[in-house]
Design a protein around this ligand. Structure first.
Ligand code: ADP
Ligand code: GLC
Length: 492
């Protein structure tokens, strides 16, 4: 099947979160299963500056926006999956990240940037840019690509469409005046299209018009049909529930494997579990923590925002670190207020709390390898990847039981311990006492029941969240989308 996969970030070219991981490893897995899959993304300055050899594939002018566009081509690592980079210097050749200026504020013209990106995706999908290739299926991801599905909806030659929700909290909402300035077709300004309570909603383009919807875990697929998690889209998602599937994200174990990981101090696996401690000692040394193999090392890695429950960790720090043998490392970047509070907390706990306010892939591997317990008290978590990495590294997750965390981590209760299925610790309500209770259970078990702890580690490390399984499920959704489009065409 010929598939065009559209995303605003793709690892290793550019990454702000899990979307980039998915947009790399899912296409690779689909390619390995025989799909002719090609990716399309914006040509950000930082990608052009990487010095990768880029082929120029096509150049054209869009009169509607008075813009010259070049399509450049590179490939994902492995060289098999082509990536088309939409090069429009006026929109994408600037410093900073994909969505924000270096100062951390959203680019003021994001609506225009991603409306035009969507427009180009729709042109490629209709084979109108001189690539001499047309997909049978377009797979869009998150709001940045939502306009493409809307523009394609009434095109007779269009491919089938799938839209994946990675995070419903980000919807791409802009005022009506912005909509007017974007020169989108007038019929899309309707409650049944892009309008949402008098505003423009990019994500509605995907939610309303895609032939099939997916999100990144079965539990999140159910949660987003409720007011608590639906961010106003729950009604629409209830209406389309029969088209919505939850498919868990995967892990590329070629990159996340403590037996092979080139950046960790010492390799380990099920046969030499005790060697994980060597990584703990190396991490303590590297970060300036007190070097002590008996200390319990807790870790957290995330974008430091409310979604991740970083405030729960901040509020719990004093209680957790009352125990002199507990250490905590936090790696992340995010909201100013959290960064400041974390900096302040670190001062009070010399050699026991280390806060690294940075985005650092290598350190994230070393933290996964060197820690004992991974804290993930997310308010909501569509899937979450870091708990999956943690499990493979035998770092036991303590998670709020929501979204993908509920689907991937098995709570260590009496029954799961007996059957040897336990892989972590759950808490349910978004509350500090419940979080502390779960973290306390983990710490207590680590200390008082090492054989049981090692059993949990072994079960966690043996879990298989490989992309292969998820890619098979996506292929089924692709087939369903194509089938439903062909039936629709028969009726038209
Ligand atoms: P989200 O997409 O909501 O940020 P995920 O758990 O799906 O959450 O994915 C986060 C990804 O970003 C993971 O690959 C994680 O390792 C990585 N990551 C997050 N923060 C950092 C950081 N400060 N340094 C390195 N990697 C990070
Ligand atoms: C989003 C979600 C995260 C998910 C990722 C990739 O950023 O917050 O839970 O794992 O997308 O799908």
């Amino acid at each position: 099947m010929k598939v065009l996969f559209a995303a605003s970030e793709v690892y290793p070219l550019i990454k702000t979160g899990g979307l980039a991981d998915v947009a790399c490893f899912l296409p690779i897995a689909l390619h390995e299963q025989g799909c002719d899959i090609r990716i399309v993304m914006p040509a950000y300055r930082s990608i052009l500056a990487q010095g990768t050899v880029l082929k120029s594939r096509s150049g054209f002018f869009i009169p509607q926006f008075k813009l010259h566009v070049r399509l450049l081509e590179t490939t994902l690592p492995g060289g098999q999956v082509p990536v088309y980079l939409v090069d429009i210097p006026e929109l994408f050749d600037r410093p900073g990240g994909p969505y924000q200026a270096p100062a951390g504020t959203d680019w003021p013209d994001n609506a225009r940037r991603f409306a035009i990106f969507g427009y180009i995706i729709h042109l490629i999908s209709l084979n109108q840019v001189g690539l001499h290739w047309s997909p049978e299926l377009l797979h869009c991801n998150d709001w940045h690509t939502g306009i493409a599905t809307a523009l394609l909806a009434n095109q007779p030659q269009r491919p089938a469409t799938v839209f994946t929700i990675h995070n419903l909290a980000y919807q791409g909402r802009f005022p009506y005046e912005t909509y007017q300035s974007l020169m989108l077709p007038p019929h899309l300004w309707s409650m049944d299209a892009l309008e949402f309570h008098g505003e423009l909603s990019f994500i509605k383009g995907g939610l309303v018009f895609a032939d099939r919807l997916t999100t990144v875990s079965p539990t999140y697929a159910r949660e987003i049909t409720t007011p608590e998690y639906g961010y106003g889209m729950e009604g629409l998602l209830q209406l389309r529930a029969d088209k919505l599937t939850g498919i868990l994200n995967g892990v590329d174990y070629r990159i996340w494997d403590p037996r092979l990981d080139p950046v960790i101090a010492h390799h380990y696996g099920l046969t030499n579990l005790a060697d994980k401690k060597i990584n703990k000692l190396a991490l303590q040394r590297e970060l300036g923590l007190k070097v002590n193999e008996d200390a319990i090392l807790l870790a957290h890695i995330s974008r430091l925002i409310g979604q991740k429950g970083i405030d729960l960790i901040l509020n719990g720090v004093h209680q957790l670190l009352q125990d002199k043998d507990v250490q905590l490392v936090i790696l992340g970047t995010g909201e100013d207020r959290y960064e400041q509070e974390l900096r302040a907390a670190a001062v009070s706990y010399d050699q026991r709390l280390v806060v690294v306010l940075d985005y650092n892939e290598i350190l994230s591997h070393r933290i996964q390898a060197g820690s004992d317990i991974f804290l993930m008290p997310s308010r909501f978590e569509p899937c979450g990847l870091t708990q999956l990495y943690a499990m493979r590294y035998g770092t036991i997750p303590v998670v709020r039981c929501t979204g993908g965390l509920a689907d991937t981590v098995v709570d260590a209760n009496k029954k799961s311990l007996q059957t040897r299925h336990a892989t972590g610790f759950h808490f349910h309500r978004d509350s500090l006492p419940e979080f502390m209770l779960a973290a306390g259970r983990a710490i207590h078990m680590y200390r008082s029941a090492q054989p049981t702890w090692r059993q949990i580690m072994a079960t966690a490390m043996s879990q298989d969240f490989s992309w292969e399984k998820s890619a098979q499920q996506y292929r089924q959704v692709y087939e369903d989308a194509r089938h439903s489009l062909s039936i629709q065409k028969m009726h038209d």
